[in-house]
Design a protein around this ligand. Structure first.
Ligand code: CA
Length: 361
């Protein structure tokens, strides 16, 4: 019991290196240095990453000793990819779309505009051919990733003016990474990809006019409402962003089958937990944003959606022309999304739409 209580403390933010004496002698334990794109103790994403690091040590009974470094503690947030590809650290926790500059197909394993939701991307990766394609993309860099969290459908973003047509994006300086940023760039926005820890200062100083981040629970703690009062509901850019625990593949291959199974189980557990936690809290935190801070909630109208849809088509055509692998991944996602999405629409979608109508939601 004592050990379990201690581990709970670790999951709340203490570095996993402080875990109690493990069942495996320290001299035989494997060290797993994990670097992350999220600031330490960051509500939502950061806490989730720390929880996963602690859980791997716990489930392995100390055979794998994780050392967790938040953004900037070992390397900068966006440097974690190179850190792990080079073998300096064993794993990163982050969002693969930060590195579309390495290969554009990486975006498809976080989220792409008008792409897959939480249910869809997990169905694709685990049972629909996505795993094999993720391997192909990551093999180029000597990496191996596992799903390790999901934000759900993200908010359209924070703006200091209302967005009523595609033209309203012209000249807008917005923080929006990945292919979503490329879509808004087609509409005339000037987009940047800042890590989470740098967005607030840039928004308050006016260096950027607008930003997206995640959704009500995660966004509440960012205090964007101090500089932008219009908050848009679900956007096109990140329908269900998958976070990953991505490991150096040589290190991953050096693990025993049991150790690999433990790391996989821990990642799968956090993949669900992070998403379910967010879903449980989004409604409550949206109400707090409105009631405590006077945030005005808006939804994009159909003209805006259509403009973004046309721009997204151009972006996908460019991705597909990058190389054969990018084309293969893009086409697989577009095909599989329609297949999985149709099944969901006809059953869960039909039900949820009618239930919500009757409940007046
Ligand atoms: Ca986002």
């Amino acid at each position: 019991m004592e050990r379990r209580k201690f581990l709970t403390g670790a999951a709340l933010g203490t570095a996993a290196t402080t875990l109690a004496a493990p069942a495996v002698a320290a001299s035989h334990a494997k060290t797993m240095t994990i670097v992350s794109t999220w600031p330490r103790d960051f509500p939502g994403l950061g806490v989730s990453a720390q929880r996963l690091a602690a859980r791997i040590t716990e489930l392995s009974e100390g055979a794998i000793q994780t050392e967790y470094f938040a953004a900037g503690e070992r390397v900068g947030a966006l440097d974690v990819f190179d850190e792990v590809a080079s073998g300096n650290s064993q794993a990163y926790i982050g969002a693969d779309y930060y590195w579309v500059g390495k290969h554009p197909a990486l975006a498809y394993f976080t989220a792409v505009p008008f792409g897959m939701t939480f249910t869809e991307i997990n169905a694709w990766i685990r049972f629909g051919g996505g795993r094999e394609l993720w391997d192909k993309v990551q093999d180029q860099f000597g990496l191996y990733g596992l799903p390790a969290g999901n934000t759900g459908t993200q908010a359209g973003g924070w703006f200091n003016k209302e967005i009523e047509s595609g033209d309203d994006f012209k000249g807008l300086k917005m923080r929006i990474p990945g292919l979503g940023g490329q879509v808004l760039a087609k509409l005339g926005a000037s987009t940047v990809s800042l890590p989470g820890g740098q967005i607030y200062e840039n928004l308050v100083s006016g260096t950027i006019d607008a930003t997206e981040w995640v959704g009500p629970y995660n966004d509440y703690f960012m205090k964007f409402y101090e500089a932008a009062k219009y908050y848009y509901t679900g956007g096109m850019h990140e329908p269900g962003s998958q976070l990953s625990l991505t490991m150096n593949k040589s290190w991953w291959s050096s693990l025993t089958p049991t150790e690999q199974a433990i790391v996989t189980a821990a990642a799968h557990e956090e993949n669900g937990n992070q998403y379910f936690e967010t879903m449980a809290l989004n409604g409550e935190y949206l109400a707090k944003l409105v009631n405590e801070h006077g945030v005005e909630v808006r939804s994009f109208n159909e003209d805006v959606w259509d403009a973004m849809g046309e721009a997204a088509e151009e972006v996908f055509a460019e991705i597909a022309s990058y190389d054969a692998l990018a084309e293969e991944v893009n086409n697989a996602v577009q095909d599989k999304m329609r297949e999985i999405g149709e099944g969901l629409a006809l059953f869960e979608g039909q039900f949820v739409n009618q239930r919500n109508r009757i409940l007046g939601l």
